[in-house]
Design a protein around this ligand. Structure first.
Ligand code: SF4
Length: 457
């Protein structure tokens, strides 16, 4: 769960990157950072916290560069502390190398053992650092071949940006698990995890980086591309159903449209007669609109979201935290009192918050609550960069659908079927990873050697 953003060829590259990270804040709230390159000099600012917190006292003009790239992080591998904050930057043979990375590598243990036995010394526990060591170790002379050779050793999920002095490089793993898009504005090139960041700074979306593609953008505006051997397309379906912002294109598809389609299929699969369809805002909004469209049941804004819940609140006392669900989402009593409700959300991961939301609706007089979820039960962890709780905390892995319904206190509960989700998102093609729903993992994971897997399996 991370976001990356990069710019080559603009005097405002740093400011664009700062704004881009704002738009990608939902992809990681633990840390943020920007590295820039201007003529001979690299500058880096990074720290723990939201983008706003990290850059509060930073004068962006002082770290100005014509190349900039940034990162927001929610740690999946490597603990969440200052040393693991990205960008990760080193000096090697007179050049500055830096990386920002979204995803999880799956052969890190093997690679780090190999690298350490040939003299590498690691500064962090981030798998992103391995990418830099592999580049530094490559025996190829030509920069583009160096990347092809180095990334050829890596397995797993990555959408990564690299800075090699004044050259910006964007790369996606051969399975294409995580998104990465390319855009252009006033002759400058841009990379982003999601296109909502392009919209914010007025960048024209050109295309997605292909799976296994490495794109090099040089300071004179020249652009070059190398293609690694492609593997079976395995885009993360959870980006579509849950993670990405609805105003983004991800994998070239409109997220809001995809989520409406999920709602359509959900209504076809599990129609229930009711007075209104409510969304759990904001996550369930588009699927709920889709459900309402298909079922003909009116969509109502029956739950109001408070947008002013800060991190201090989440970290405050147990007593205050107990009110967190209600303070965040409050049902409108006049609307729901005495009504039969279809409540649509995009997922149930642990089940705790769903239970509290249902209780709040009951307290406001809801007569019947039928919960509909726009994806199948999450039954297995993600090893490719999405931060899930361990299997023992995934309610979908521990209880039957009926038992989950009883646990959260609804009159009925239905999830979208796996096939229904595939049909809604992908038509006939099977180009997604859906392992957290199906346990069918497209990229081999070294269970015995991968610390993250051992902790979560
Ligand atoms: S396991 Fe789930 S969250 Fe992870 S990449 Fe696959 S679909 Fe996405």
């Amino acid at each position: 769960m991370c976001g990356v953003f990069g710019v080559q060829g603009s005097l405002d590259a740093t400011k664009y990157t700062f704004l881009g990270l704002y738009a990608l804040q939902h992809r990681g709230e633990e840390s943020a950072g920007i590295v820039t390159f201007n003529r001979e000099k690299a500058n880096i600012v990074k720290g723990c916290g939201l983008v706003e917190e990290v850059f509060k006292k930073v004068n962006l003009d002082e770290i100005q560069g014509s190349l900039a790239m940034g990162h927001v992080r929610y740690s999946t591998t490597g603990s969440s502390n200052d040393i693991n904050v990205q960008p990760f930057m080193v000096k090697h043979r007179g050049k500055t190398l830096a990386v920002v990375h979204n995803g999880n590598l799956t052969n890190t243990s093997f690679l780090s053992q190999q690298l350490e036995s040939s003299g590498s010394i690691f500064q962090t526990s981030m798998d992103s650092e391995i990418l830099i060591h592999l580049l530094a170790k490559s025996s190829e002379d030509d920069l583009e071949n160096k990347f092809v050779e180095a990334l050829g050793h890596v397995e797993g999920a990555y959408s990564a940006l690299f800075m090699v002095d004044d050259i910006l490089v964007g790369a996606r793993d051969p399975y294409g698990v995580r998104p990465l898009s390319l855009g252009k504005k006033d002759g400058a090139y841009f990379f982003t995890s999601e296109t909502c960041a392009f919209d914010l700074v007025g960048v024209e979306y050109i295309r997605d980086i292909a799976r296994g593609e490495i794109v090099f953008i040089y300071p004179d505006g020249k652009i070059a591309s190398k293609q690694m051997k492609k593997a079976k397309a395995s885009r993360c379906v959870f980006e579509q159903v849950y993670f990405a912002r609805p105003d983004s294109l991800v994998f070239g598809q409109s997220i809001s449209k995809q989520r409406k389609r999920l709602g359509h299929v959900l209504a076809e699969e599990s129609f229930v007669d009711a007075d209104m369809v409510l969304a759990v805002p904001d996550s369930g909004n588009f699927a709920a609109m889709g459900y309402a469209e298909k079922s003909g049941i009116p969509f109502e804004m029956g739950i109001v979201r408070n947008h002013y819940i800060g991190r201090t609140f989440i970290k405050s006392s147990q007593l205050i935290r107990e009110f967190s669900v209600k303070i965040k989402l409050n049902p409108i009593r006049d609307l729901v009192d005495g009504k039969k409700i279809v409540l649509v959300d995009d997922s149930i991961v642990r089940g705790t918050t769903s239970k509290r939301r249902v209780e709040a609706l009951r307290e406001c007089g809801a007569k019947e609550i039928h919960m509909r979820v726009s994806c199948p039960p999450v039954v297995s962890p993600c090893f490719y960069g999405m931060d899930f709780p361990s299997t023992k905390d995934l309610i979908g892995a521990q209880k039957s659908v009926e038992a989950i319904g009883d646990h959260i206190g609804v009159d009925s509960l239905s999830y979208l079927s796996l096939q229904g989700m595939k049909n809604a998102l992908n038509g006939e093609k099977d180009e997604f990873c859906d392992a957290c729903f199906s346990k069918s993992y497209p990229i081999k994971v070294d269970q015995s050697a991968n610390k993250y897997v051992m902790e979560n399996a």
